[in-house]
Design a protein around this ligand. Structure first.
Ligand SMILES: Cc1ncc(COP(=O)(O)O)c(C=O)c1O
Length: 437
């Protein structure tokens, strides 16, 4: 009820709603603290990132770029954003970085705005083959009113069919040749495809939302040196920052760089969430220190997990390529379109293992797919290594192959997880209060 001051019954009701929300926040925290978070697009943030995300900056504005603001009161944030831009340029080894965008999707909307006009054409990976909704007509591509053609796909290798995709690019001559996926097991054969795109005057855009941390850590591929002109991404998947986005470019051209900056502000954002940008900056500093080992261990864990699941008897995709070269593993749990993936995800949740159902090659229905997409980046972050991947695969087998009561397995999952309660690969309090230099 609005305006209920003095009406104690109404006030009690509003307080109770707030209490209910607080309880749910706590319960959600407990779920992940006691369980295994294995959604490939998620991660946890370091204590220092948590601290700045909860700071006064959450309520402030800083439209513009460092030292060129429309508002007063931005001197301190100028310092923060300048440090962040410099760190992003170094960590991603690139002459241009915009760290303002509020998500991977906003980064894509801004990049599409900067690189194409309504009615232009674009080529991308279809959502059925693992492309993201922002690459589709239902998402950012449609919002910009671009004509979409999708690449022929090599199901065996889980990547664009190189010859046929290059032929499509040469035929369509798209304004933007977009690469990158949400289901992303293997590096894109980018050099060959970028050559074809540049031959016909296309701009090459690479969406590294999922694999940005692996790229920066030198453990996946290096799109900006393999032909991508622009790379977008989220700051909270394998890059272990708060929710947000990046736009990076190999271009030294100030006019092109200005276009990318103005596509974020004023193009798509007014306030760009200063507390999250500041969290990104801290995460960049921590990544510069720990990112190489975090990324290396993440990929090693994913490969070990794929292999451990296969040894348990699961149908793990891409066996001939060693299951994965990223943080993700894909498993099939029944017939195509049978909903077996959805059922498996629900049973695992009952056992304290949080995953998501996913369409696999051949599935046509997003709500009843046959597979699961699993990510190990969060488990890596709390210190698990390749040996623990065998333990985790055992929990999956008990729930899904041996049909053990998920509640019983949940107790064991929780006991196992109690050994992994410290967030690694980040600055800790002792270091900050006098690290022996
Ligand atoms: C390839 C790809 N691009 C963009 C996004 C969107 O990122 P965000 O959730 O940060 O908007 C995702 C999300 O998972 C993704 O997989």
């Amino acid at each position: 009820m609005l305006g209920s001051e003095g009406n104690w019954k109404a006030k009690k009701e509003n307080l109770e709603l707030a209490e209910k929300v607080l309880k749910s926040v706590e319960a959600s925290g407990d779920l992940y603290r006691e369980g295994l978070g294995m959604i490939a697009s998620e991660n946890i943030v370091s204590p220092l990132v948590q601290k700045v995300v909860a700071s006064d900056l959450h309520g402030r504005y800083a439209e513009g770029l460092p030292y060129k603001r429309y508002y007063q009161g931005c001197d301190d944030f100028d310092t923060i954003e300048e440090i962040g831009i410099n760190l992003a340029q170094e960590v991603f080894n690139t002459p241009f970085a915009n760290i303002q965008s509020t998500s991977g999707t906003v980064s894509n909307i801004a990049a599409l705005k900067a690189l194409a006009k309504p009615g232009d054409s674009i080529t991308a990976v279809s959502t059925a083959d693992g492309g993201h909704i922002s690459h589709a007509r239902m998402g950012a591509v449609g919002l910009r009113d671009l004509n979409l053609s999708t690449y022929p796909w090599n199901e065996e290798r889980m990547e664009p069919d190189i010859d046929a995709a290059a032929e499509l690019i040469r035929e369509i001559k798209p304004k933007i040749a977009l690469f990158g996926q949400s289901v992303f097991l293997f590096p894109t054969p980018l050099e060959e495809l970028a050559n074809a795109a540049h031959e016909v005057g296309s701009t090459v855009m690479y969406d590294g939302a999922h694999v940005l941390g692996l790229i920066a850590g030198g453990c996946f591929q290096d799109p900006l040196r393999e032909g991508a002109d622009v790379m977008t991404g989220s700051s909270h998947k394998t890059f272990p920052g708060p929710q947000g986005g990046f736009i990076l470019s190999s271009s030294e051209d100030p006019t092109f760089q200005r276009k990318l900056n103005s596509a974020v502000f004023p193009g798509t954002c007014s306030s760009y969430h200063l507390h999250h940008v500041t969290g990104k900056v801290i995460a960049l500093a921590e990544f510069r220190e720990y990112g190489a080992s975090l990324s290396e261990n993440t990929v090693a864990n994913a490969r070990a997990f794929g292999s451990a699941l296969a040894s348990e008897g699961f149908d793990v995709l891409a066996e001939s390529r060693g299951y994965t070269e990223s943080h993700q593993v894909l498993t099939r749990h029944g017939e195509l379109d049978s909903g077996a993936g959805a059922k498996a995800a629900r049973k695992l949740e009952d056992a304290g293992i949080i995953t998501n159902m996913n369409m696999l090659p051949g599935d046509t229905k997003a709500m009843t797919p046959s597979g699961l997409r699993l990510g190990v980046q969060e488990l890596t972050r709390v210190g698990m290594g390749v040996d623990e991947m065998t333990d985790v695969a055992r929990f999956y087998a008990r729930v899904l192959l041996e049909n053990e009561d998920p509640k019983k397995v949940k107790n064991d999952v929780s006991a196992f997880k109690s050994n992994y309660q410290i967030i690694r690969y980040c600055f800790n309090e002792d270091e900050r209060n006098g690290y022996p230099l």
